[in-house]
Design a protein. Structure first.
Length: 765
């Protein structure tokens, strides 16, 4: 027997030991978490006096401790109840889903019999229809001996794995305690960052860390958290990124730390989006359609063993193991999250409403540290997670080709939408609340489509499927609507009675302040570290993200000197839209003069593709000998690679790009590959009805509407773009900030402290 005790959640134990047969998603999408909570509360409220809801239970078998929370117990009838909310027809529920539910209920049954000394118990599976709250109750009368036998058999099947997990954890923590920083020494500023992260992990609090580009933030955050794991009993580290490049850097940093089988022995997994990992995108996720779903749970144990032995599970490794064992690589990755030490993935895996990592952390009561890379992106990304739009034009297209079974609910929603559109005299309007008739029709339609899809062996019409999932997301956000969001209706295209049929009205639940949604995610983590080169002003991020009041802050000193970077404000040029035409020739001359003074590679950033094209054309006309290349709209990956490949130590020319776009952050061009940047915009978001509505909401919430909507997001993009120039302590370069507004004190106060800014520069006449 292994020393110590291994603790496992009831659900995890049952999913490990009781799942069998096919992967089958036809009885999904499941109710949202909020719908599930409300369904459980509604059922519990119907029960009589003495009914005990949310009953915490735990028990042991040998050195395995099993814990969980049963939904309810009625001591008068000695009946334990397990609630399961669902959508659609219960008769369509796959048998292995119900088998898993019974397995969970029986485990809870034994834990209750053991606590209360019961000889018998009635177990009830209570299926609650979310649409009607109607209950379907399935009953089993069980003896305590039968329940104990089932419990012990499940534990025995799990114990060998539990023993290996305990051995892995002991080896992991021992190796981490002895871990040394892998490089010759910390870079300037990297030690200060690492110390602040370590203190936050030890204290169990949130940290915002503003640290300049080039100091090694990825390694400087991963190393101290790994060191804190043994002492703080950290179960998992979630390294969350906004872009794939951030995930690649994290995986490389973990390799540098020696996390392979010959090093620390961490299990690391990189999560991929479903559309990127799917081997059969033309098939549905169930055994009647996809060969990798057929018998998935029967072949999963062998695949899980192989994956656990691999150590580092990047996308390619997961694919190879999945295909070798005949299981879906994407869902193998979802399974291996449970048995990994570090998970690298997109923000949405933890912060989205259906985030896998957050759900697993709660269900298993893990102690997790969350590292948020390039955290300045989290505000906009979280807003998009908690926003949803529905297009009337898409509804009309779906309605035209819909099957007969869906015509009636589609017609009902179409009529409700037409009534709403007739009340829309202007192109944009913020609604006081969700239109009730339309919402009721929408709920009826999503239920009907869900039932229809459950009967299909193939995915069916792509447009119907897309619209259905959009509608489900929209309906879920309506449940949580509050002062943090807007409901607005906008009209694209012509308006008026004669032309209204060709216009598209768009109904949107638009999140403005994601904090109320994110705050529980911060609270669920032992510690969260948000790091970026641009996290100032701190109040903007604490307000909008909903960070705890005791969140720590560190502003890491830059390892660069003012002598490395010439920063010049060109006050004689305005890039305001009304004066843009007059700015073209002066900007082209400025670029040409700087290029002549110091030939090399430069990036020139503009507020839009139109502006970019106009300046590039002006430069080509006036100085045809200067090489240049430009970012294009919807630039595919091969073109992006060719754009960056032109920046070599030996080349020279001007790369034209859009501020806030592909090449304004996350691009590393050290040394002579990039020696300067021209930024011909403050990056302020466009003044339009949507942004103005958000501005009013932010003003009401925080009293800083204009700054929070326009100024801070704009200057952040400027600083990010400027950060492409100086990447190492030996780099030398220049930045030209082209607009008279850059000289304003409020703007200057948002620029990096280590810059020495020349305010006296004028564009060439």
């Amino acid at each position: 027997m292994m020393p110590g005790t291994y603790t496992v959640a009831v659900r995890t134990l049952c999913e490990f030991t009781a799942k069998q047969g096919d992967l089958d998603l036809r009885f999904t999408p499941a109710p949202s978490a909020q719908q599930g909570i409300e369904g459980h509360q509604a059922v519990a409220a119907r029960r009589g006096p003495g009914f005990q809801a949310e009953l915490a239970l735990a028990g042991e078998h040998r050195h395995l401790r099993v814990r969980g929370r049963a939904d309810g117990y009625d001591p008068n009838s000695q009946r334990l109840e397990e609630f399961k909310t669902f959508k659609g027809e219960l008769s369509r529920q796959p048998a292995n889903h119900r088998g898993l539910h019974w397995a969970q209920a029986r485990i809870y049954g034994w834990l209750l019999c053991r606590r209360l000394g019961l000889a018998r118990l009635t177990i009830a599976l209570v299926y609650v229809d979310i649409a009607t709250t109607h209950e379907t109750v399935l009953l089993q009368d069980c003896t305590a001996d039968d329940l104990r036998t089932h419990f012990e058999a499940a534990c025995e099947r799990f114990l060998d794995w539990a023993d290996r997990e305990m051995a892995h954890r002991a080896q992991r923590d021992g190796a981490l305690a002895a871990l040394r920083f892998p490089c010759d020494g910390f870079r300037t500023g990297q030690r200060a960052l690492a110390e602040a992260v370590y203190r936050a992990a030890r204290a169990g609090r949130c940290l915002m860390a503003q640290a300049p580009t080039g100091i090694g933030k990825t390694l400087g955050t991963l190393f101290p958290v790994l060191k804190a794991c043994p002492g703080e009993r950290i179960d998992k580290i979630f390294f969350l990124t906004a872009k794939g490049s951030g995930a690649s850097m994290a995986m490389q940093a973990l390799q540098t730390l020696g996390t392979g089988r010959s090093g620390v022995g961490l299990r690391v997994i990189e999560l991929a989006a479903r559309e990127k990992a799917c081997e059969h995108p033309d098939k549905a996720c169930h055994g009647d359609s996809c060969p990798l779903a057929r018998g998935f749970y029967d072949r999963l144990p062998a695949a899980r063993e192989a994956a656990a032995a691999q150590g580092q599970l990047d996308r390619q490794a997961l694919r190879e193991i999945g295909l070798a064992h005949g299981v879906c690589p994407y869902y193998l990755g979802q399974e291996m999250v449970r048995w990994s030490d570090v998970v690298v993935g997109d923000y949405n895996y933890y912060y989205d409403s259906g985030g896998l990592l957050h759900a697993l952390a709660l269900a298993n009561q893990w102690r997790v540290v969350v590292l948020v890379d390039e955290a300045h992106n989290l505000v906009e990304r979280a807003r998009s997670m908690y926003s949803a739009s529905l297009h009337h034009a898409a509804l009309r297209r779906v309605r035209t080709g819909a099957p007969a079974a869906l015509r009636k609910p589609l017609d009902r929603l179409h009529r409700a939408w037409n009534r709403l559109a007739r009340e829309q005299p202007q192109p944009y309007r913020v609604l006081p609340d969700a239109p009730r008739t339309l919402v009721t029709a929408l709920q009826a339609l999503t239920t009907a489509v869900g039932d229809w899809l459950a009967d299909q062996s193939l995915p069916g019409d792509d447009e119907l499927l897309r619209w259905h999932f959009d509608a489900l997301h929209f309906a879920r956000l309506l449940e949580a609507f509050g002062e943090h969001s807007l409901i607005d209706l906008s009209t694209d295209g012509p308006t008026g009675d004669e032309r209204r049929k060709s216009a598209d009205t768009v109904l949107c639940v638009r999140n403005v302040v994601p904090g109320p949604f994110l705050a529980p995610r911060f609270a669920a983590a032992h510690s969260t570290v948000l790091f970026s080169a641009t996290l100032a002003p701190a109040g903007f991020y604490t307000d909008t993200l909903g960070l705890p009041a005791d969140t720590a802050w560190v502003d890491v000193e830059a390892p660069f000197s003012a002598e490395q970077l010439s920063v010049q404000v060109v006050r004689s040029v305005s890039t305001r839209f009304a004066r843009r035409g007059a700015s073209l020739a002066p900007i082209a001359r400025l670029i040409a003069d700087q290029y002549a003074a110091r030939p090399g590679n430069y990036l020139a950033f503009f507020s839009s593709f139109d502006y970019l094209d106009q300046v590039a054309a002006a430069l080509a006309r006036s100085h045809p000998g200067i090489p240049w290349w430009a970012q294009s709209r919807r630039m595919p990956a091969p073109e992006r690679e060719r754009f960056l490949a032109r920046f070599t130590p030996e080349s020279s020319g001007i790369g034209f790009a859009v501020l806030g776009g592909l090449f304004a952050e996350g691009v590393d061009l050290p040394g002579e590959r990039l020696i300067g940047a021209f930024i011909a915009t403050l990056g302020l978001p466009q003044v339009n009805p949507v942004n103005e509505a958000m501005c009013h909401r932010l003003q009401a919430a925080f009293g800083r509407g204009h700054d929070y909507t326009y100024l801070y997001p704009g200057i952040r993009k400027v600083v990010q773009a400027a950060g492409r120039v100086i990447r190492t302590p030996t780099d030398r370069g220049s930045i030209h900030l082209i607009d008279d507004r850059f000289a304003r004190p409020q703007v200057l106060g948002l620029l990096p402290d280590w810059w020495h800014i020349d305010l006296g520069v004028r564009a060439p006449a």
